[in-house]
Design a protein around this ligand. Structure first.
Ligand SMILES: *[C@@H]1O[C@H](CO)[C@@H](O)[C@H](O)[C@H]1NC(C)=O
Ligand SMILES: *[C@@H]1O[C@H](CO)[C@@H](O)[C@H](O)[C@H]1NC(C)=O
Ligand SMILES: *[C@@H]1O[C@H](CO)[C@@H](O)[C@H](O)[C@H]1NC(C)=O
Ligand SMILES: *[C@@H]1O[C@H](CO)[C@@H](O)[C@H](O)[C@H]1NC(C)=O
Length: 388
């Protein structure tokens, strides 16, 4: 179309414009619903008929009627929502519909919600989706989409909620810097590789769990993020040292970086942090347990299981007035005696200190139910010299 206009004379162009104005005025509700119908037809015909059960929404889509006419007694009884004669919502039931998503979806220019969750759509996410400039929710969770996220997704300026989790998407994550309205982004359980790119500036919930993301966690993609509340990057291949900026992202409440390959951690003293839960289990973090972590005023749950921490557990973790309620330090090389306050009758602490090199972990406490490591392993871990 762009090409055609480009080569047309200006007179010809005027004719085209008038043609469109006439179509626009002639269509019911003053809109181009014929384009919507064409898109919906293409959408349905891209779905394998055998995957459309008789009692499903799509089975009621009969194009001898307009999808937007009401009342909907026989046809288009579900799946489609209209407003002003235009389709604004496509929310499918979960029936195992199998097929590709037609590129003609881009004709549904008034679409606000596209939700195909929990079906069997496959193939690429069409790049033309970028024409849906009113789209606020794009939910393709639990399907079999593959290939990369089209970079054109950056043009979906109205997008608030993007859920592409549990598909087979791959490639690197495009820059989403331009998606200023996006607050929830879930790309979990796919095959994305590479490192993080610039994130949407107003994102509150970010989940990219169970992908193949790698490299160290650098600050750049997170720069300017002031509303991030949950950061879920577990089950990836991130490595390197976790720097203190991660723990001082403003507004951050929950961090899950478990099952990666981080090797170190640096944490500075918190200044009004809202952090509530931190899970760094199943990494390769070495060194002493940072005492600053105990000073986070709202931290309730700390899970550091199965790392390579060593040395004593700092007394700060058991100090009076601490917000900590769950502490999992099992599967490390902590030594010495654990702070006695953990075992006082009114201690609110639950969790585990087992599978370490601790002495005097009272077996009457559920914190010590899991046994400590054999002495030989602990001697080896501490270079043969038994330490306090
Ligand atoms: C669609 O609707 C028309 C008119 O009501 C009807 O004749 C036709 O059988 C319907 N087609 C299907 C597949 O239900
Ligand atoms: C963090 O992610 C891991 C791995 O997916 C999961 O098992 C664990 O329950 C999560 N931690 C929290 C505190 O939700
Ligand atoms: C995390 O890693 C551990 C050790 O490799 C593994 O046993 C566990 O199943 C993993 N957790 C998840 C949720 O994948
Ligand atoms: C727990 O500790 C007591 C006293 O030290 C000891 O007699 C008992 O065998 C221990 N129980 C277990 C299960 O290790």
């Amino acid at each position: 179309m762009a090409n055609l206009c480009h080569h047309a004379s200006s007179k010809h162009r005027l004719t085209i414009i008038i043609f469109f104005i006439v179509i626009t005025l002639a269509a019911p509700g003053g809109s181009r619903s014929s384009a919507d119908v064409a898109a919906l037809r293409a959408f349905k015909s891209a779905i394998e008929p055998t995957s459309i059960p008789p009692n499903s929404c799509i089975a009621t889509w009969n194009f001898s009627t307009d999808p937007c006419t009401t009342p909907r007694t026989n046809y288009f009884t579900c799946g489609v929502t209209c407003s002003g004669g235009r389709i604004i919502q496509l929310t499918l039931d979960s029936q195992g519909y199998a097929g590709k998503l037609t590129p003609l979806i881009s004709y549904l220019t008034q679409l606000i919600t596209l939700d195909l969750a929990d079906n069997s759509f496959y193939g690429p996410i069409p790049a033309s989706i970028s024409s849906l400039s009113n789209l606020e929710s794009l939910i393709l969770r639990l399907n079999s989409f593959s290939g990369p996220i089209p970079p054109s997704i950056a043009a979906l300026k109205s997008l608030k909620y993007l859920d592409l989790s549990r598909n087979s998407l791959s490639g690197s994550m495009p820059s989403m810097n331009s998606l200023a309205g996006l607050t929830r982004l879930d790309l979990s359980f796919n095959r994305f590789t590479g490192s993080l790119h610039k994130l949407p500036p107003n994102v509150k919930e970010l989940a990219m769990k169970a992908n193949h993301l790698s490299g160290s966690l650098i600050k750049y993609p997170f720069k300017g993020l002031t509303r991030l509340m949950t950061l879920e990057l577990s089950e990836n291949s991130f490595d390197g040292t976790l720097d203190s900026w991660v723990f001082s992202i403003p507004s951050l409440q929950q961090i899950n970086l478990s099952n990666n390959s981080f090797t170190g951690i640096v944490i500075s003293k918190p200044s009004d942090s809202e952090l509530v839960a931190v899970d760094l289990s199943f990494n390769k973090i070495e060194g002493f347990l940072p005492t600053n972590l105990a000073d986070f005023p709202m931290l309730r749950s700390l899970v550091l299981s199965y790392n390579r921490f060593r040395g004593p557990i700092p007394w700060q973790y058991s100090k009076k007035g601490s917000s900590l309620q769950r502490i999992y330090l099992d599967g490390n090389f902590f030594n010495g005696s654990p702070p006695a306050e953990f075992f006082s009758r009114d201690s609110p602490i639950s969790g585990s200190l087992g599978d370490n090199c601790l002495r005097n972990c009272p077996n009457s406490s559920q914190l010590c139910l899991k046994l400590q490591k054999p002495a030989s392993i602990c001697r080896q871990a501490y270079g043969g010299k038994p330490r306090s």
